[in-house]
Structures are given as C-alpha cells and as structure tokens.
Design a protein around this ligand. Structure first.
Ligand code: UDP
Length: 242
C-alpha cells in the first residue's frame, strides 16, 4: 500500500487506511486466515483479492436493494474505498440452518433447517472470546439503544432474504453469516466489514446426494483443503450470474 495513507486499524483479515477525504477509508483485504479466535492461523495466497471482489459484488447487490452499506468502489483487486464508519462492537450472526457453534451449544442436529431465521448476537471482543449476548446484556453495557438494535435486526433479516435468493440462483445454500454494522458521521446505521466466504457458510447445491460440500472458511477450520479453489468457484459463479 502507498505510504501516503496512514494505517488506522489492522484486523485479522483486513487493514484500514486513511483516505484523502476524511469521511472515507481504504480497506485492504489480507491473505491471512484465522479461526477459533485466532488459535489457528494460515496464509492463502489470493484469498484477500477473492474476498474483496466477492464482497464488492455483494455490496453492490445490496445497495441496489436499498440496504445502506459502507462500500463505495473498488480501488484495485484487493482494496476497496468505503465510507468511514464507527463500528458497533457486535457480531450479528443469522442462521438458516443449525451448524457450527449452534450445534456445539444446543441439542440441534447439524444441518437442521430452522423454521425461521435465528439471530445470535456476539460481543466483538477477542479478549472475552466473543461471548454470546442477550438483549438485556446489550442494554446493560449500553452498546446501542434498543431502537437501533431493532433496526439492525430488521436490516439483517432483509439482507438474508436478498442473499438467500441470490445464492440459490448460483446453486449455493446460505447456511449462516456474520454481519457488522457501524454509524456514519450522520449517525445512520450502515452495514460494514465484508460479506465473503470468510464470514458466510455456503454449501454447494450442485451435489447429487445430500452430502455437505462447504465452499467457505470451513475448508480451513475443518482442514478440508481447497480453500482458494472454493473461493474462486464462488467468485466465478457470481461473475457468471451478474
Ligand atoms: N463467523 C465469523 N466470525 C466469527 C464467528 C463466526 O464470520 O468470529 C461466521 C462464520 O463464518 C459463520 C457464522 O458466523 O458463517 C456462524 O458461525 P458460528 O457461530 O457457527 O461459529 P464457528 O462454528 O465458526 O465457531
């Protein structure tokens, strides 16, 4: 990255830099992958570029459907220009099927179709291991008002309807995903972060039997191999469709 921009923040998968306009930032997607609160780490050459391109297409789709997102435009293949937002320290997970941590913490069987989408909200705090929250705990910590929380939940449900149908068209099942929201300088709630196979579970629907074939970060979490091939396939299907 050109050194005329200052690094504001470095996360596990992205770096955020200043922009000449103070209400914008430059986000660079890294090739690093982490899982289990960074206990497991690796680097996949080309992952940053794929996640940046996939996220850009998905943000464009959501913007067309009137969802406010931080995405402005791509700068290059692994860098995007976005609106500067103040991230709310909550991870909003929406689940259409039971999988991952939900199956570890409940008696629900892996893959069960949920009668209605489940929203689980976690505290974005690595030191505390991103604990699962309740509405009352969110209120106690004064993270956001209950009105803003309702707005975020409503937006997440709308995003699920759009993404579920989009992914179905490209023969992918949207099992679950994680979103992060923030406030812009006018205090509007805006979707931030990324939407990519790093934070969505996507299963291939081009399978003849009911076998689960993950085309997402579970390839790394569960040592399945072929992560770049899976992300490349998702990017290919998106580009063939849009
Ligand atoms: N997720 C994420 N970041 C996290 C935790 C989860 O992006 O720190 C995503 C994950 O990719 C999946 C969804 O949120 O699409 C639900 O993850 P889950 O709670 O099942 O946790 P996991 O099984 O990944 O530990």
């Amino acid at each position: 990255m050109n050194n005329k921009y200052d690094l504001i923040y470095e996360g596990k998968a992205k770096k955020v830099f200043t922009h000449n306009d103070s209400d914008k930032v430059i986000i660079e997607f890294k090739d690093d992958a982490t899982a289990f609160n960074a206990l497991k780490k690796a680097k996949f050459e080309g992952k940053g570029k794929l996640n940046c391109l996939i996220s850009a297409k998905i943000f464009e789709l959501l913007i067309k459907k009137n969802i406010p997102t931080h995405f402005i435009k791509l700068k290059n293949e692994n860098t995007m220009i976005a609106k500067k937002i103040k991230i709310i320290p909550l991870e909003i997970v929406l689940r259409n099927n039971a999988y991952g941590s939900l199956c570890k913490q409940t008696t629900l069987k892996s893959g069960t179709i949920l009668a209605k989408p489940l929203i689980d909200i976690y505290l974005k705090n690595d030191e505390l291991n991103d604990p699962l929250l309740t509405k009352d705990r969110i209120e106690l910590m004064k993270i956001i008002s209950s009105k803003d929380l309702d707005l975020i939940i409503d937006l997440t449900l709308k995003i699920n309807v759009i993404l579920k149908s989009f992914f179905k068209n490209i023969k992918l099942q949207l099992v679950d995903f994680k979103l992060e929201f923030g406030y812009d300088f006018k205090k509007n709630i805006i979707l931030g972060d990324e939407i990519s196979p790093d934070n969505c579970r996507l299963w291939d629907l081009n399978q003849e039997n009911d076998k689960i074939v993950s085309l997402d970060k579970d390839r790394f979490r569960n040592d399945l191999g072929g992560l770049i091939e899976a992300y490349t396939e998702i990017n290919r299907r998106i580009n063939n469709f849009i």
